[in-house]
Write a protein that binds this ligand. Sequence first.
Ligand SMILES: NC(=O)c1ccc[n+]([C@@H]2O[C@H](COP(=O)([O-])OP(=O)(O)OC[C@H]3O[C@@H](n4cnc5c(N)ncnc54)[C@H](OP(=O)(O)O)[C@@H]3O)[C@@H](O)[C@H]2O)c1
Ligand SMILES: [Zn+2]
Ligand SMILES: [Zn+2]
Length: 352
Amino acid sequence: MYNAKAYSATSATSPLAAATIARRDPSEHDVQLEILFCGICHSDLHQVRNEWSAMMPTAYPIVPGHEIVGRVTKAGSAVANFKPGDLAAVGCLVDSDRTCPACQAGLEQFCPNLVLTFNTPDKHLGGVTYGGYSESIVVDERFVLRVPANLNLAGTAPLLCAGITTYSPMRHWRVTKGKKVGVVGLGGLGHMGVKFAHALGAHVVVFTTSPNKKDDALRLGADEAVVSRNESEMQKHAGSFDFILDAVSAEHDINAYINLLGHNGNITLVGAPPKPLAVAGFGLLFGRRSLSGSLIGGLPETQEMLDFCGAHNITADVEVIPIQKANEAYERMLRSDVKYRFSIDMASLRSE
Ligand SMILES: NC(=O)c1ccc[n+]([C@@H]2O[C@H](COP(=O)([O-])OP(=O)(O)OC[C@H]3O[C@@H](n4cnc5c(N)ncnc54)[C@H](OP(=O)(O)O)[C@@H]3O)[C@@H](O)[C@H]2O)c1
Ligand SMILES: [Zn+2]
Ligand SMILES: [Zn+2]
């Protein structure tokens, strides 16, 4: 065991503050990373504030962060694919049982025994796992990803959650050229959804509640941008979409988007608002439309996504901040005041 600097919250109402945490010494299969950048995902905020208490209550203290890019400082004797000095990344998962059908299919995110990067019982040290708002982390090689050499590292960190969470459903629902695709909510996830849908060749329409994001939506790769509070703009798209990705973090009317789907169209929910959404069944019946969900992605697909980003030169648009600004960043994220992801420069923690 060794001590590492981190930022943690001790209750649902306390701010993130400097703390010291224990990390395990790397075993033969482990990789130890010096964390260079960690993205701020809205899921970090939901869990720091225990907003998902019904589904996954938060154990305090919590060290959030699951969009991690770093440099390998140690690799155990049985580690095959990483050596000290390599760039590497860790996303939302750090372990699973590796034997269940989901794991065998490379869908570790659906493993009944998955271990999330933070707030999941830690079988090595007891307590719960601690995430990426920290100077280092130790993870089994199987859950460590390779980072394409050409990508900006601060902008690569958010790919580990915002990237895979939007890439995976688009691949599953076969977003390609000739498809009309909507993205609801231009935040961290949404802006990655726009980049992927555009790179996959679709006609992309962004739905935003923030009129000042319209120009950005087009710059990010959207063909059209609609202010969702404008009824007549919404109506122009009724019944026309093949696929819509809903990446909204708060309560909203999903029926307005179901009605924009064509027949056999699908809307996939990746946003995780704490309160249940009301769904009008008739919107689904007419047109045999479907509503589904999607959760991050498994290890093979996460690597595929990173390689896709390397090949297409895709990273997140980030505002790099020191960790001391994390609490302020949470407030700004709640006001939709981030273009489009905060990425913490972990040098700010090391020098604290
Ligand atoms: N399924 C998964 O595996 C997974 C993975 C990661 C995150 N998530 C969840 O996905 C959600 C989005 O995460 P994020 O990190 O992208 O958050 P984010 O950066 O805060 O973006 C959320 C966006 O939703 C829109 N929005 C916010 N409040 C709204 C409201 N009241 N009504 C309508 N639109 C609203 C805003 O976009 P506009 O300004 O454009 O309207 C905002 O930028 C969160 O709930 C997060 O927990 C799920
Ligand atoms: Zn996330
Ligand atoms: Zn499993």
